[in-house]
Ligand binder design. Structure first.
Ligand SMILES: *Cc1c(COP(=O)(O)O)cnc(C)c1O
Length: 256
C-alpha cells in the first residue's frame, strides 16, 4: 500500500476508535448513573460507510452492525468477517425477504410489520440459526413512518402471536421504533421523549398478553442517552460513530 494511503487509513482508524470510545463511555456512564440493570446493545449503523470502516470497528470488538439497504448488506456480508451480527433496519419490502433471510449471519430484522412478511422470512430461513425479529411500531403517527400504529394493541399482539406460533425459524426479540425528530430535539431530563414512552407502553401491554418481556430497539445518535434512560435495550448509532452521511441524492453522484 502506498505510504500516503496507509497513513490516511491509519488516521481514519484512529478517528473511528475515538468516536467509538466516546459512545461506549457515554453509554457506560449512563448505565452506572441511572443504575440500569443491563447495558444496552450498541448497533453500529454503517449504511453508506465503506467496509474498511466496519472492519476497523470490528477490530475494536464491535460485532453488531446495522444496514438499511438490502444490496449493500449483501455485498458487505460477503467480504466482512462471518461472525459479524448484521441487523437489517431499513424499510422491509416483501420481495426482499427471500434475499435477506438466507444470509447466515443476519442476526435480526428490526423492521417487520406484517404476518405475510414474517411467513416469507420464515420460509427462506432454512437450516440456520433462528432469525431474530423486531416488530416496528409507528409511535409518532407520522404518515411517512412505517410500522404498526402504536394504539392498535390487538394488531401488534396478533403479529407477535403469529411469529411465535407460526414461524419456527424466527425468534421474536422485541419492538422497534424510530421516534419523530420533534420529540428527539425537545426531550431532556424534564421532558420524556413521548415516542419512546409510547413504545414502553406498548411493550408493557403486549408483554402482559404474550407472557414474555420484549426488548426495545430505540435511540439513535441524537437521542440514545434519553432512550437508554427510558428503557432501550438496543440502540442504533450511526453518524456519531462514523461521521455524517451523504444523503441518497448526493450518494447517487458519488457512486455514478
Ligand atoms: C440511519 C438510521 C439510524 C442511525 O442514525 P444516526 O442518526 O446516524 O445515528 C438508526 N436507525 C435507523 C432505522 C436508521 O435508518
Amino acid at each position: 500500500m502506498p505510504l500516503r494511503r496507509a497513513m490516511s487509513t491509519i488516521s481514519r482508524q484512529l478517528q473511528l476508535e475515538q468516536s467509538y470510545n466516546v459512545i461506549k463511555h457515554k453509554v457506560e456512564q449512563c448505565v452506572l448513573e441511572h443504575k440500569i440493570p443491563k447495558a444496552p446493545r450498541i448497533v453500529a449503523v454503517s449504511k453508506y460507510k465503506p467496509s474498511d470502516d466496519i472492519k476497523a470497528l470490528y477490530d475494536l470488538g464491535q460485532r453488531h452492525f446495522g444496514e438499511n439497504y438490502v444490496q449493500e448488506l449483501v455485498e458487505k456480508a460477503k467480504v466482512l468477517p462471518e461472525d459479524i451480527q448484521w441487523h437489517f433496519i431499513g424499510a422491509l419490502q416483501s420481495n426482499k425477504c427471500k434475499v435477506l433471510a438466507p444470509i447466515p449471519n443476519l442476526y435480526a430484522i428490526e423492521t417487520l410489520d406484517s404476518a405475510s412478511k414474517a411467513d416469507k422470512l420464515n420460509k427462506f430461513r432454512l437450516d440456520l440459526p433462528k432469525l431474530h425479529v423486531y416488530i416496528q411500531i409507528n409511535t409518532s403517527a407520522e404518515a411517512q413512518k412505517n410500522g404498526l400504529i402504536y394504539s392498535d394493541i390487538p394488531a401488534i399482539v396478533a403479529l407477535a402471536n403469529h411469529i411465535m406460533t407460526k414461524c419456527p425459524n424466527l425468534a421474536l426479540e422485541g419492538l422497534m421504533t424510530i421516534g419523530s425528530v420533534t420529540q428527539s430535539v425537545t426531550s431532556d431530563d424534564h421532558h420524556l421523549n413521548q415516542d419512546f414512552q409510547r413504545l414502553v407502553e406498548v411493550q408493557k401491554q403486549v408483554s402482559a398478553v404474550i407472557g414474555r418481556e420484549l426488548e426495545l430497539s430505540m435511540g439513535m445518535s441524537t437521542d440514545y442517552i434519553e432512550a437508554i434512560k427510558q428503557g432501550s435495550t438496543n440502540i442504533r448509532v450511526g453518524s456519531s460513530i462514523f461521521g455524517a452521511r451523504f444523503n441518497k441524492e448526493e450518494m447517487k453522484h458519488v457512486i455514478s
